[in-house]
Write a protein that binds this ligand. Structure first.
Ligand SMILES: Nc1nc2c(c(=O)[nH]1)N[C@H]1C(S)=C(S)[C@@H](COP(=O)(O)O)O[C@H]1N2
Ligand SMILES: [Mo]
Length: 315
């Protein structure tokens, strides 16, 4: 595997702000297609691929979020995914996902239920770029330049009642569109956070990556990014955000309660029942690295778990 070695900050800057920053969008797209990086079916650029939110990119980088490692080359992000709605294979085809029109419904314990078109929502929220680590429970990791906005902003927008304890997220349900949803699993994919977690600065809603709107396989048009938790918490292609009093039943916990919990905070010292979590394969170079408690974000999030030590915080 060929890796260009430069100073960490230098290569991160380079990869996180792709050609789209410097060239006009058409030229950038042409270049990417030539490089085969977009993985479009048959190499065609169909009308649907002209994303209506494209003009919002690239967004200003939030300098508070820096990395201790190089950003993962985009090609890995495009070709190594978990999106069980389409396949259990990492190299999956999510091209059938129709991402417009797309609305998100806010309901449950809110002042007023509302259903909002994503393009209206993106403009209302404003977009920024953050570099985040990503650690899958399967012991591999990446570093991703997400674009989006803090989940806290979305919570404020939804106006939850003070009695709400959790946020519940739901992915689309469409068996015709998503072959994986014809399998036995507990569809639709559901995830959840406590209100305290959801309003922590680090909890992020991603609408884009690598300076462009999200590609389908990464959970277009709107997904979660909670980098201190195992990747399965970062639910893709969200259609519904509900504020609830009871802890939501989540997809992976329902499938395998002995192996996957609600909290899923990253901890090298708490092994998965079938493998160690002490180290992780960093996809950039395929090398093993030590896993960090809370995936390196303890300073921001460890305080969320004071008094919860009896909970299974790390599965
Ligand atoms: N709806 C949905 N969201 C999902 C998943 C999924 O299968 N379906 N997989 C999760 C897992 S296990 C991981 S590691 C990340 C992967 O995100 P990526 O493919 O963008 O790296 O998405 C998470 N969100
Ligand atoms: Mo994952």
């Amino acid at each position: 595997m060929h890796v260009i070695r430069r100073k960490g900050w230098e290569i991160a800057e380079n990869l996180a702000t792709p050609e789209a920053l410097f060239l006009d969008r058409r030229a950038a797209l042409a270049g990417l297609i030539a490089a085969g990086a977009l993985g479009l079916s048959g190499g065609r650029l169909c009308a649907e691929d002209a994303d209506p939110s494209a003009a919002l990119y690239p967004a200003r980088r939030d300098p508070a979020y820096v990395l201790d490692r190089e950003v993962t080359p985009e090609k890995y992000n495009l070709t190594y995914n978990n999106f069980y709605e389409f396949s259990t294979s990492k190299r999956l085809d999510a091209s059938a996902l129709r991402t417009r029109p797309w609305t998100v419904k806010f309901d449950g314990m809110v002042e007023k239920e509302q259903t909002v078109d994503v393009d209206t929502l993106f403009k209302a929220m404003g977009l920024e770029e953050r570099l985040y680590r990503h650690r899958c429970v399967e012991a591999w990791s990446m570093a991703i330049p997400w674009t989006g906005f803090p989940l806290k902003k979305l919570v404020e927008f939804a106006k939850p009642l003070s009695s709400a304890n959790y946020v519940r997220f739901e992915t689309f349900l469409d068996k015709k569109m998503a072959p994986g949803q014809r399998t036995f699993m507990p569809w639709p994919y559901v995830e959840g956070l406590t209100m305290a977690e959801a309003t922590n600065d680090l909890a992020f809603i991603a609408t884009g990556a690598y300076g462009k709107p999200l590609p389908k396989q990464q959970g277009a048009p709107i997904r979660l990014a909670t980098p201190w938790k195992y990747g399965f918490k970062s639910i893709k292609s969200i259609v519904r955000v509900s504020f609830v009093d009871k802890r939501p039943e989540t997809f992976w916990q329902t499938l395998g309660p002995e192996e996957y919990g609600f909290w899923a905070n990253v901890n090298p010292e708490v092994p998965h029942p079938r493998w160690s979590q002490a180290r992780e394969t960093f996809l950039n170079d395929g090398q093993l690295r030590p896993t960090l408690i809370y995936n390196g974000y303890g300073e921001q999030v460890a305080g969320l778990y004071k008094g919860l030590e009896k909970e299974p915080l790390f599965m």
